[in-house]
Design a protein. Structure first.
Length: 217
């Protein structure tokens, strides 16, 4: 059982949650890439956007991490594909990239897979966990600068996402860890730099001091 979280900490988490969202309006693109993670909602939402006619081709990318090996033993992308098939996405509209171990590889290996299959998209929809949109955007701009990128995730509020995961402390830890990566990864050459408002940084620092640090680099 995770420890209780104060109202102030929850407000700080919501501040960071809101910043992680890019606010893009999903629109028709050449291809979509579903970024593998612990969250099967990525595949669910990808299937919904496919059925809405936003793209003709969907790549699922992801191997395993320590947090997903038990849940998705055959690999994140493989399980995502199976879930999308069960939701009515035809096999011919799906490609699987099963080796990526981080977001840069998600983008780079998906790009290579698309090229191998004769696709040179000019626009890409990145479908991710809600709190990963900003890092996915910054990574794609670095790894694949030629493509126009739009970000999307399940339209969930912070509280709804916490309920879907079932562990509020873990979700806050993940929000904090992703924000650290938004700040630090550009210095390592993994992503483009983005502005982080002062109130978001202050919320981050308070949560780190309070011990929400299990997902820090």
């Amino acid at each position: 059982m995770s420890r209780p979280i104060s109202d102030e900490q929850r407000r700080d988490a919501e501040t960071i949650w809101d910043h992680h969202q890019m606010g893009h309006e999903p629109r028709p693109v050449d291809v979509a890439i579903g970024l593998g993670s612990h969250d099967l909602g990525v595949a669910t939402f990808a299937a919904e956007l496919y059925r809405a006619g936003l793209f003709p081709l969907l790549v699922f990318s992801g191997a395993n991490s320590p947090t997903t090996a038990a849940r998705f033993p055959r690999g994140e992308a493989v399980h995502y594909r199976e879930h999308a098939l069960s939701l009515g996405v035809p096999d011919g509209a799906l490609l699987v990239e099963p080796r990526a171990g981080n977001t840069g590889q998600n983008v780079g290996l998906s790009r290579a897979l698309l090229a191998e299959n004769g696709h040179a998209p000019r626009s890409v929809l990145l479908i991710s966990k809600p709190y990963m949109e900003r890092r996915a955007f910054a990574t794609c701009r670095k790894v694949w600068p030629e493509v126009e990128v739009v970000c999307a995730s399940e339209p969930l509020k912070f509280g709804d996402y916490v309920r879907s995961i079932g562990d509020e402390k873990l979700v806050v830890d993940m929000l904090v860890g992703d924000l650290q990566r938004v700040v630090e990864y550009p210095k390592l050459g993994f992503a483009v730099e983005q502005d982080v408002p002062a109130d978001v940084l202050a919320a981050y620092e308070r949560l780190v001091r309070a011990g929400f640090d299990s997902r820090l680099i």
